[in-house]
Ligand binder design. Structure first.
Ligand SMILES: C[S@@+](CC[C@H](N)C(=O)[O-])C[C@H]1O[C@@H](n2cnc3c(N)ncnc32)[C@H](O)[C@@H]1O
Length: 304
C-alpha cells in the first residue's frame, strides 16, 4: 500500500528499505534530514545496493550537473584506491541523492560517519552538493570503552553538515543547549550561569548502559547529540526525516521539541524498539519494488 504521506499526516515510522520508502515522499518536505548509516560492512551492502532505484541514480546525475565530470573522476580515483569504500559509497550515494531531493530549500542535512569514511565522503560531497553548501564538520567526542595502546584511541564520530541553500538556511544558535565553560574563572558569573554556545566539537557521553535513555538497540545515539542538530536547524512544527532510524532517537527528540518526523528502518528489531519508544506515531511497512515495476519504470525513463 502506498504511504500517501503529506505534510498534514501524523508522524510516521516506516519499516522497509529507505530507498523504497523515501521514493514515496515529496520534494523539499523536510527541514532536517539525518543519516546515520551502518558502518562500512563491505560486500553485503553492495549486494543491497544493486536493487537501488534507477531514479535515485538519476538524481545523482541531476545534482552533479555541470560538475558531473569532476564528480565521476574523483569518485573513480577514490574507488580505485580503496575498494571497500567503493562498496560503501555505492550503497550510500543514491540515498544521499534522495536526501538532497527531500531537503527543504532552507533545510540542513546531517551525515553521521565513522572516522574511516569521513574524509573520502567530505571530498565527494563537496562536489556532489557543492563546496559552498558545506556548513560544518562536527566532531562528536566521547570517552568510553577499551583504549588501544599502540595509537591514540579513536573516540569520535564525524558529522558532516550541508545546507540546501547557503543564502537562506535556517540556523538558530539561541535555542541550542549550552555547555559549561572550560575555564569558568575567566568569564563573568552571568556567563558561567548561562553556559557557553557549543562549538563544532561536541563532548558528549555515549548512551549510558544504565541510563534512562537506553533502549538496548546496539547503535543507539544519545539524545543530547541529536537535540542540538534539531534545535539549531529547525523550528517547531517542522518535519524531520531520518533514513536510518534504529532505535528512533531522532523521533524521540523531534517529538520532545514539538517537531514532526518520518523515520525509516529496514530492521524489525529497530521497529519493535520504536513502537515502544514512540507509541503515538503511525507505523507502516513498504515492500521492495518488484523487479517488474522496476523494469517498467526503467523502460519509461529510457523512452522519455
Ligand atoms: C547506525 S544505526 C542507526 C542508529 C540510530 N541513529 C539510533 O540512534 O538508534 C543504522 C540503522 O540503519 C538501518 N538500515 C541499514 N540499511 C538500511 C536500509 N537500506 N534501509 C533502512 N534502514 C537501514 C539498520 O537496521 C540500523 O538500525
Amino acid at each position: 500500500m502506498p504511504l500517501n504521506w503529506t505534510s498534514a499526516s501524523p508522524s510516521l515510522v516506516v519499516r522497509g528499505d529507505n530507498l523504497d520508502a523515501t521514493a514515496q515522499l515529496p520534494d523539499e518536505a523536510f527541514t532536517v534530514v539525518y543519516l546515520d548509516p551502518p558502518f562500512n560492512t563491505g560486500r553485503q551492502q553492495q549486494r543491497r545496493s544493486t536493487t537501488s532505484t534507477r531514479s535515485a541514480a538519476d538524481s545523482v546525475t541531476a545534482i552533479t550537473g555541470f560538475k558531473g565530470v569532476a564528480y565521476e573522476r574523483i569518485r573513480g580515483d577514490l574507488m580505485r584506491y580503496d575498494d571497500r569504500f567503493d562498496d560503501y559509497w555505492s550503497f550510500l550515494e543514491p540515498r544521499l541523492a534522495e536526501a538532497w531531493r527531500l531537503l527543504a530549500s532552507d533545510g540542513t542535512l546531517y551525515l553521521h560517519l565513522d572516522y574511516r569514511e569521513a574524509h573520502y565522503a567530505k571530498v565527494l560531497l563537496d562536489v556532489l552538493f557543492g563546496r559552498d553548501n558545506f556548513l560544518n564538520e562536527i566532531i562528536w567526542a566521547y570517552d568510553y570503552g577499551a583504549k588501544s595502546r599502540n595509537r591514540w584511541p579513536t573516540k569520535h564520530d564525524t558529522i558532516l553538515v550541508y545546507v540546501k541553500d547557503p543564502s537562506r538556511y535556517h540556523f538558530d544558535s539561541e535555542t541550542v543547549d549550552r555547555e559549561p565553560y572550560m575555564a569558568p574563572g575567566l568569564v563573568t558569573p552571568e556567563k558561567v550561569a548561562r553556559g557557553k554556545l557549543p562549538t563544532d566539537v561536541w563532548w558528549h557521553t555515549i548512551v549510558s548502559p544504565t541510563g534512562r535513555e537506553k533502549t538496548g538497540y546496539p547503535t543507539q545515539k544519545p539524545e543530547g547529540v541529536i537535540r542540538r542538530m534539531i534545535q539549531a536547524s529547525s523550528r517547531e512544527g517542522d518535519w524531520i526525516l531520518d533514513f536510518f532510524a534504529g532505535s528512533g532517537t531522532t523521533g524521540a527528540v523531534a517529538q520532545s521539541l514539538g517537531r514532526r518526523f518520518v523515520l525509516v528502518d529496514s530492521n524489525e528489531e529497530a521497529v519493535a524498539v520504536m513502537r515502544r519508544r514512540l507509541p503515538d506515531a503511525t507505523f507502516r511497512v513498504v515492500r521492495p519494488r518488484s523487479t517488474r515495476s522496476r523494469a517498467k519504470r526503467d523502460a519509461a525513463a529510457t523512452a522519455g
